[in-house]
Design a protein around this ligand. Structure first.
Ligand SMILES: C[S@@+](CC[C@H](N)C(=O)[O-])C[C@H]1O[C@@H](n2cnc3c(N)ncnc32)[C@H](O)[C@@H]1O
Length: 255
């Protein structure tokens, strides 16, 4: 098991925890915006996790071939189990994004990624490869966080003088705008950008602490102080709200 894979289990736990407390079903929200077709197209899903978005891809593109990729063997086993009845049109790759593109010669009509593209080791290389691997008029569809995502949790850390790691700031805040939108402007002739806010509402301290401990911005040295701030807020208002800012970019490659 490599480092990315270990972190993955925590990330998946965080996503599941959000699902139970969120105000917007972000997968439903996203797929209402992605035009479906029953043509025999070729789809690549990067960082598929346990298949939350694969479910929508399978339904909305009933005749498509879908290649699911994830660095985690557990994630790939989960999607294999979940979608075995569609085996004839599905392929599974247990590999990292960068390594996949080193060996890939296939072309795709849709390359989809939700909450994962920023894990690439070399983003510029991967974006160049995505451009090469998309058919003309193919779509790059990326969902991820942007802007003041996680503001309430980050504000506590800032008040405790914790410096957020650069990778946390870039993946949570600037990646969608700078990398994905930047790529789309240079290589695509139609770009649709959608945003929404998903409030994650926790009613007890333990849930907030669990979420934070599973995050990439956990810092054990300030755990007690962090907990005190959360406790004070829940005691005064009965809840703690963390705002997730979500961006969906659908970029159609120049024909
Ligand atoms: C936050 S989860 C998102 C899963 C799913 N797309 C979703 O939105 O629910 C990130 C996924 O990316 C995978 N991952 C992390 N680094 C990766 C890499 N370098 N290449 C491929 N997958 C990676 C993890 O294993 C994990 O399943």
């Amino acid at each position: 098991m490599n480092n990315n894979e270990t972190k993955t289990d925590f990330l998946m736990a965080r996503i599941s925890q959000n699902e139970n407390n969120q105000t917007v079903d972000i997968n439903k929200w996203a797929f209402e915006k992605i035009k479906n077709t029953d043509e025999k197209i070729n789809i690549l899903e990067l960082c598929c996790g346990t298949g939350k978005q694969t479910e929508y891809l399978v339904q909305k593109f009933p005749n498509a071939t879908i290649s699911c990729l994830d660095i985690s063997i557990d994630a790939i086993s989960a999607v294999k189990n979940k979608f075995h009845s569609h085996d004839s049109r599905m392929k599974f790759f247990n590999t990292g994004i960068d390594d996949f593109f080193k060996n890939n010669e296939e072309k795709f009509d849709i390359i989809f990624c939700s909450y994962g593209l920023y894990y690439s080791r070399d983003m510029d290389y991967v974006l160049a490869k995505i451009n090469e691997s998309l058919n003309n008029s193919g779509r790059l569809v990326v969902m991820g966080p942007y802007g003041e995502n996680n503001k309430q949790l980050f504000d506590i850390l800032l008040s405790l003088k914790v410096k957020l790691p650069d990778l946390v700031i870039s993946s949570s805040s600037t990646f969608m705008r700078e990398k994905v939108l930047g790529f789309s402007i240079n290589n695509c002739n139609a770009i649709q950008i959608y945003t929404t806010q998903n409030n994650i509402i926790w009613e007890n301290v333990e849930s907030v602490m669990n979420y934070w401990k599973n995050s990439t911005f956990y810092n054990s040295s300030i755990e007690q102080e962090f907990q005190k701030i959360v406790e004070a807020q829940i005691n005064s208002s009965g809840k703690f709200i963390n705002e997730k800012k979500i961006m969906l970019i659908v970029a159609t490659k120049n024909a």
